[in-house]
Every structure is written in structure tokens, then in C-alpha cells.
Write a protein that binds this ligand. Structure first.
Ligand SMILES: [Zn+2]
Length: 249
């Protein structure tokens, strides 16, 4: 990514980091048909890497390499600013003060959003859903913490999200004060790490992927409520090419 593009990217970040329509003109894209994932790279010159990139996400996590990886130092706010149905997913936007310390870098949690079914596979298997916590640092690099979601016990935070999410695409509205992002993390913080991309156009290859090894449980009925709005908003898995996946020891 050129510096100019990185700046352009950062400029749009505050409003809607993964929402291509607000950041890059208005090339429409979707998850099926003539503007589906196979066509994303052709819809706009800014999306070319979706097709020609060699470090695309998501991937199927197969063999991994055990490694001493830095701990995830998560200090997020206990509430969100706004919730939005952006036409691709349900997204929660954060204020300025939620931080991920990772290695020598500090990232800010900008937003999180959901996919149904999961985008990442583990050993060829998908999960019911996946949540992506999108962090950006001052240099324009992204670190996304992914958490797989399986059907089981009710998660009060996810329940509150599906109970208050806007049913139609539209502008952000104030988020319910009980939506605490920390409630969507498993107790254990082991994770897989690999170099990848945004899973939506423009598919920029600027993402340090940190996929937690433990899933969280959410209620079947709450998954169904999300799926009613978004039955399929997961990009198919991409080729690993020469990439390695590290697993925290
Ligand atoms: Zn995502």
C-alpha cells in the first residue's frame, strides 16, 4: 500500500473502517451474484488486490507452528458509541480510548462487527459466526482480533446487540449502554497469528490477524436473529500461498 493510500485509508477509518462504500467512492459489492466475492477485484480499481493479492483473508487454519507470541494486552472501554446496519453487517463503533497493546505497538479498537457463518475455518470446519475487532495504529496498520462463535449458552452482550440492532441499512444510532465489548471475549487468550487482509473490499493486505483459539458461546436463537438480517456475509477462504500460521505457546 502506498503512503498516500494509507493516509486516505486512515482518513476514512474513523467513520467506517471496513465499509468500502463510505471510504472508497461507491462501488457496490455483495456476497453473491454479479458483484459477489469472485468479482470484487473488478468492481473498482481500488479493489484489485481482492483478485491479485497473495495474502488474502480469510483462510482455513490447518497446520500451525507453535511460537512465543506477545500477549494481547486488551484494555477496551466497557461500552460503545454507536451501532450501525451498514448493508454488509451489524457494526459497533467505539470512542477513542479502547487500546490493544501488542508487542511494541499500541492499536486503537475502532469498531467490531459480525459474520454469519464464520469466515475463518479451523481444519476445514466453519463456526456459526465470527466477530472481528478491528484495531488501527498510527501508521495505518491494522490488527484484527477474530473470535469464533458457536451455539450454546446465551451471551448477554450478543443478546443485547441482536435485541437493539437496526433492522434496515441506515446511519449509526446510539448504542445500548450494556453492550460491553469485553463480554464477547473468551476467558483464555491463546491465538493464531498470520499476515492477511481485510475480508471485504478493498481487501487491503495490511492486517495482522489474531484469531483466538477459544470460541465464545451465544444462544442459537440470537444467531437466528442475526441470520435473519444477514443469512450469508462471509467471504470464502483464500489460498494460504506461502504463509505460515503461528500459534501462541
Ligand atoms: Zn470482518
Amino acid at each position: 500500500m502506498h503512503r498516500r493510500d494509507a493516509l486516505k485509508w486512515l482518513g476514512g477509518l474513523a467513520a467506517c473502517p471496513l465499509c468500502a462504500r463510505s471510504v472508497f467512492a461507491d462501488a457496490h459489492w455483495s456476497y453473491e451474484g454479479s458483484d459477489g466475492p469472485q468479482k470484487w477485484g473488478e468492481l473498482d480499481p481500488a479493489n484489485r488486490v481482492c483478485t491479485v493479492g497473495s495474502q488474502q483473508s480469510p483462510i482455513d487454519i490447518g497446520d500451525t507452528i507453535r511460537a512465543q507470541l506477545a500477549p494481547l494486552k486488551i484494555t477496551w472501554d466497557k461500552s460503545c458509541d454507536t451501532i450501525v446496519n451498514n448493508g454488509h453487517t451489524i457494526q459497533l463503533n467505539l470512542g477513542q480510548t479502547s487500546v490493544l497493546g501488542y508487542g511494541n505497538a499500541n492499536y486503537r479498537l475502532v469498531q467490531f462487527h459480525f459474520h454469519h457463518p464464520s469466515e475463518h475455518l479451523i481444519g476445514g470446519k466453519s463456526s456459526a459466526m465470527e466477530v472481528h475487532f478491528v484495531h488501527a495504529n498510527a501508521g495505518g496498520s491494522l490488527a484484527v482480533i477474530g473470535v469464533l462463535m458457536t451455539a450454546g449458552r446465551t451471551n448477554p452482550v450478543f443478546n443485547r446487540i441482536v435485541s437493539t440492532m437496526p433492522e434496515k441499512e441506515g446511519p449509526p444510532v446510539n448504542a445500548d449502554g450494556a453492550i460491553n465489548p469485553n463480554g464477547l471475549l473468551p476467558a483464555a487468550r491463546g491465538y493464531y497469528r498470520y499476515s492477511g487482509s481485510l475480508t471485504t473490499p478493498p481487501c487491503s493486505e495490511t492486517v495482522d490477524w489474531l484469531l483466538l483459539t477459544d470460541p465464545i458461546q451465544v444462544a442459537d436463537v440470537d444467531i437466528a436473529r442475526f441470520a435473519k438480517l444477514y443469512p450469508m456475509n462471509a467471504r470464502p477462504v483464500q489460498k494460504a500461498n506461502r504463509r505460515f500460521v503461528l500459534r501462541s505457546a
